[in-house]
Design a protein around this ligand. Structure first.
Ligand code: SF4
Length: 361
């Protein structure tokens, strides 16, 4: 797949000379740039606009780089730590929650990385006794901008000095070159979001083909990386079971199950305002035409029996390939866990413990 290059770059004046700004600009030498006094004013003037994946904004993160995943008190939550290096994503998935969640329409990179390292130091991460699962894939794709940022080498060097921190990179790309041949010390889990090939083709507009994602996972598994898969969002469409079966078969033929740390399952869910935004951007999409009900978190979801059927069938397919594979659900109640998977963590802490154990193996 072709690496992302923006058509325009806005740069906040205060960060124009920072090392990461210079690095990004050196890799986008023919892209027009505009220096702006403050990112905040540009973002305010753009609130309510549709996402602009062709525009990159380089600015300072004035908030926190490291934060606990917000989760939802009504559902089991896995105790993830988000590393917030930027927001927005060029891959243009019709169901992407970021379209409704972010009020900044631009692909944004926080270039004040010195402050990020200070924040890590202040968090005493090195001294933590507890496992810290850190992920960069919450507000964008972990590898989609790596060719511009070179973030991975410095992150690997940081992880090498930590006792208990591991990094999960979540992606729908095949941009694995920065990871090949590296000393990762078993501290990096590379996860691919997967879907039925039909859904990937019709809804994940600039993402890699499913077969290519799984082949990329196979190459990294061969280099000793831990691998994760996220079947999220599962979509109920005619023939879904056969289509998802083909994806599980592809995993089985490319990835040894001993390399897989976890597989998560999540069914399509969306903030009510997302539907209208998505329909303006992706008018051919049909995924929002089914029947949905509001969940305890206010997001629209399939009826519970449909969700349970999706999860239970996927779990059966995955367990046929590997009986001991660790499967967890994203944003579901203990009742749904029990009915779909046959077990449920007793608490958020219990789910966190289960996932932490998967990265210690
Ligand atoms: S890859 Fe993820 S972050 Fe990027 S557009 Fe798709 S759903 Fe959104």
């Amino acid at each position: 797949m072709t690496p992302y290059i923006p058509k325009k770059i806005f740069i906040e004046d205060a960060v124009k000379d920072l090392p990461l700004t210079r690095r990004v600009l050196s890799r986008c030498s023919s892209v027009p740039i505009e220096i702006i006094p403050r990112a905040k004013e540009l973002i305010h003037a753009s609130i309510g606009r549709l996402p602009r994946t062709d525009v990159l904004l380089l600015c300072r993160n004035k908030g926190r780089f490291i934060e606990p995943c917000p989760g939802t008190s009504s559902y089991l939550c896995c105790g993830y730590t988000i590393l917030n290096t930027g927001t927005g994503c060029p891959l243009a998935c019709s169901y992407c929650v970021l379209q409704a969640y972010l009020n900044n329409p631009f692909i944004t990179l926080y270039v004040n990385l010195d402050e990020m390292w200070d924040e890590f130091a202040a968090n005493g991460c090195m001294l933590q006794q507890e496992t810290m699962r850190i992920g960069t894939g919450e507000y964008g794709d972990s590898l989609a901008l790596e060719h511009l940022t070179d973030f991975i080498p410095s992150m690997l060097s940081f992880l090498g000095k930590q006792r208990n921190a591991v990094l999960e990179l979540k992606t729908k790309t095949t941009h694995i070159e920065p990871l090949l041949g590296r000393d990762h010390g078993g501290k990096v889990i590379v996860s691919w979001s997967l879907n039925a090939e039909e859904i990937a083709l019709s809804e994940e507009h600039r993402a890699a083909l499913i077969a290519a994602r799984i082949q990329a996972a196979g190459r990294l598994a061969a280099e000793g990386y831990r691998i994760g898969f996220h079947f999220d969002p599962l979509i109920a469409f005619p023939g879904w079971e056969q289509s998802y079966r083909r994806v599980v078969d592809m995993i089985a033929s490319h990835i040894p199950d001993s390399s897989i740390s976890w597989v998560s399952l999540g069914a399509l869910r969306y903030m009510p305002q997302l539907k209208a935004i998505s329909q303006q951007r992706f008018s051919a999409s049909r995924i929002f035409t089914g029947e949905f009900v509001p969940g305890l978190d206010g997001k629209m979801r399939y009826f519970q029996p449909i969700r349970i059927e999706l999860f239970a069938r996927l779990a059966a397919l995955l367990r046929a390939y590997s009986p001991d594979i660790f499967i967890y659900l994203c944003m579901e109640s203990p009742l749904v866990w029990q009915q779909a998977l046959g077990f449920a963590p007793s608490s958020n802490a219990d789910l966190k413990r289960m996932l932490d154990e998967r990265v210690k193996e």
